[in-house]
Ligand binder design. Structure first.
Ligand code: NAD
Length: 298
């Protein structure tokens, strides 16, 4: 089987890389965090000295799973970046959630060396990464997508091509807008119920099977009732995604008033020390705003 490169072995990248190893792909890996590299080496991967080294040792495909645009830029264009070690015919699959404009810029730079790029951000957290059941939304050329689809299917339950390079990132931003606004209005509604003397948990039970019900409500409302704010999906990652929404939107002269408002709420939460809590901590924002407790029954 072809040897795959993997760069970025964090909460998501580590289990994704492990799943590729389990599927039988030889892996060569790199991360700034040596202990993550050591973990993968103990599972059978080969450690590399730099992103350039990963690209040089990979047969065709190099996957990146990094925090944000600057990290992906550094890994691709940095002193010992992928561009220094890659060869014509290779494919970079960036699975990080970053700004779509950056995906397109990097795709153009890689194309100068005959290297293709697919943007392939994911939805689903650590648990789905471990189970190999992520939803993967891709952008890029159809024939290149088809050539890497079989690999992505080993880490995701659904793998969809949405459009050209950058379309995967746009899809991810839309996902994050809908999730963020959804959680915020769940907290807003439950806080109103509490203020009005109506038990939020009974409100939840009454409406969850109706039109207002959602996967967000199923996961996040109980967290608010139990003050269970361990991540999950961290506030600081959602802030990063919503900044990317605003930047992308501004560049298109598009308006996103709801996303902008939720970004403000999340920044306020981060300033209150909750940046590493689950985004369901929007419940805490509304508790403070309205001086109510979502955890207290009437
Ligand atoms: P993380 O911070 O846990 O992992 C990122 C890894 O990248 C770290 O191991 C870090 O050492 C490494 N790294 C950073 N800069 C590097 C560099 N220059 N060279 C080599 N390695 C470098 O992040 P994560 O939670 O795994 O998230 C990765 C991406 O997936 C993010 O874009 C995030 O928004 C997205 N995502 C996360 C989740 C989630 O639930 N955590 C869910 C969906 C999507």
């Amino acid at each position: 089987m072809e040897r795959i490169g993997f760069i970025g072995l964090g909460i998501m990248g580590l289990p994704m890389a492990k799943n590729l190893l389990s599927a039988g792909f030889p892996l060569c890996v790199y991360d700034l965090n040596q202990s993550a590299v050591d973990t993968l080496v103990s599972c059978g991967a080969e450690a590399c000295a730099s992103p350039a080294d990963v690209a040089a040792k990979s047969d065709r495909v190099v996957i990146t799973m990094l925090p944000d645009s600057p990290h992906v830029k550094e890994v691709v264009t940095g002193e010992n970046g992928i561009l220094k070690g890659c060869k014509s015919g290779q494919v970079i699959v960036d699975m990080s959630s970053i700004a779509p404009m950056v995906s397109r810029e990097l795709g153009a730079l890689l194309a100068e060396k005959g290297v293709e790029m697919i943007d392939a951000p994911v939805s689903g957290g650590q648990e789905k990464a471990e189970k190999g059941t992520l939803a993967i939304m891709c952008g890029g050329k159809e024939n290149i997508f088809e050539s890497v689809k079989g690999i992505l299917e080993r880490i995701g339950a659904s793998v969809a091509l949405v459009g050209e390079l950058g379309a995967g990132q746009i899809t991810k931003l839309v996902n994050q807008m809908i999730v963020g606004v959804n959680i915020a209005v769940i907290a807003e509604g439950m806080a109103l119920a509490q203020k009005a003397g109506v038990d939020p948990q009974k409100v939840f039970a009454a409406i969850r099977r109706g039109l207002a019900g959602s996967q967000c409500m199923e996961d996040k409302a109980p967290r608010m009732f139990e003050a269970k704010y361990d991540p999950g999906f961290r506030i600081n990652l959602h802030i990063k995604d919503l900044w990317n929404v605003l930047e992308t939107s501004r560049s298109l002269k598009n308006s996103v008033p709801l996303s902008a408002q939720v970004l403000e709420m999340m920044v306020a939460l981060a300033n209150d020390g909750f940046e590493t809590k689950d985004h369901a901590a929007l419940g805490l924002y509304y508790e403070k705003l309205n001086n109510v407790r979502l955890t207290t029954n009437n």
